[in-house]
Design a binder for this molecule. Structure first.
Ligand code: CP
Length: 314
């Protein structure tokens, strides 16, 4: 496999290999013993055409921890502002012979297109509403560490499913690992055709959260609502915001997740987000570094072995 473009092409054994590698990196990170030679001599370029805090910072830290030379392209200050296209920008950077390109773009499919034009490994850091594979992997690792397994769990994904690449990648990953997935959203934010993925659909939080093991909240992604219906934040919090009363319908040991950035008082009550007995939001951020270390390690290993684009991350 040359690239990590999405969860869709991954086999469950490949997901497990990625999570096992990331788990080892998580422990090494805690001990301050990350191996600096894994990506030594390799050049990693981060190209973020859309804002990011967690993903960009953790890809940069992951690369540096493994010894890569990391460059963050300041896309706002680049020649994209002079009208250069995504593909011309990618070809220009490709000519500088990087080994790893990490790309976030507001358009679904843009990262796949770019990957066809360059001859280095491409990692999708989120493209439009399409996929955010490293987010689903870090969510999977966080669940596996908290629950001791990543199969046969009941997992609720709640909120703005329609505009969420996080939801899409998680539906695929958690489904491949044989979990029971419930989607809870107002009808206007539930994508059509999603039932084909073998998920259960709810528009009521109390009903949807009943006896689940994991509660995954999503942000209202107004930037992708294209002038369509935007619910009032107050009304939305009342019906779909996670508070103690709604959470009481989940299993007593249920964990609370959020990929961030979080809007307190809109999709989640701040006290729930900060409750260290329920919330694993900071662990998700920590696992983000480990998962990105694992993904870049495995892609670099594949590149060294000269393998081509079959299976895993092709
Ligand atoms: N979860 C996530 O992708 O966060 P950022 O947009 O801050 O990278």
């Amino acid at each position: 496999a040359r690239h990590l473009l999405g969860i869709e092409p991954l086999h469950p054994t490949e997901i497990t290999e990625l999570l096992d590698t990331a788990d080892r990196y998580a422990e090494l990170n805690r001990q301050g013993r990350a191996p600096r030679d894994v990506l030594a001599g390799l050049t990693q370029i981060n190209m973020f055409f859309e804002n990011s805090t967690r993903t960009q910072a953790s890809f940069e830290i992951a690369g540096k921890r493994l010894g890569a030379d990391v460059m963050n392209m300041a896309m706002q200050a680049s020649s994209v502002k002079k009208g250069e296209t995504l593909i011309d920008t990618a070809l220009t950077l490709n000519a500088m012979r990087p080994d790893l390109l990490v790309v976030r773009h507001p358009n679904s499919g843009a990262v796949d297109l770019l990957a066809q034009k360059v001859n280095c490994a491409v990692l999708n850091a989120g493209d439009g509403r399409h996929e955010h594979p490293t987010q689903a992997l870090l969510d999977g690792l966080t669940i596996r560490r908290a629950k001791g397994r990543l199969h046969r769990l009941s997992i609720a994904i709640c909120g703005d499913i329609a505009h969420s690449r996080v939801a899409r990648s998680n539906i695929m990953l958690l489904g491949k690992m044989e979990n029971r997935i419930r989607l809870i959203a107002p009808p206007t934010l539930m994508p059509s055709g999603v039932a084909e993925f073998g998920v259960e659909l709810f528009d009521d939080m109390e009903e949807g959260l009943r006896d689940v093991d994991v509660v995954m909240m999503l942000r209202l992604q107004k930037e992708r609502m294209d002038g369509g219906f935007i619910p009032s934040e107050r009304e939305y919090f009342h019906r779909y915001g996670l508070d103690a009363a709604k959470l009481s319908h989940a299993r007593p040991a249920a964990i609370v997740m959020h990929p961030g950035p979080m809007n307190r008082g809109v999709e989640i009550d701040g006290t729930i987000a900060d409750d260290i007995n329920r919330s694993v939001i900071q662990e998700q951020v920590e696992m983000g570094v480990a998962v990105r270390m694992a993904a870049m390690d495995l892609l670099a290993r594949n590149a060294r072995m000269g393998r081509d684009e079959t299976g895993v991350m092709a």
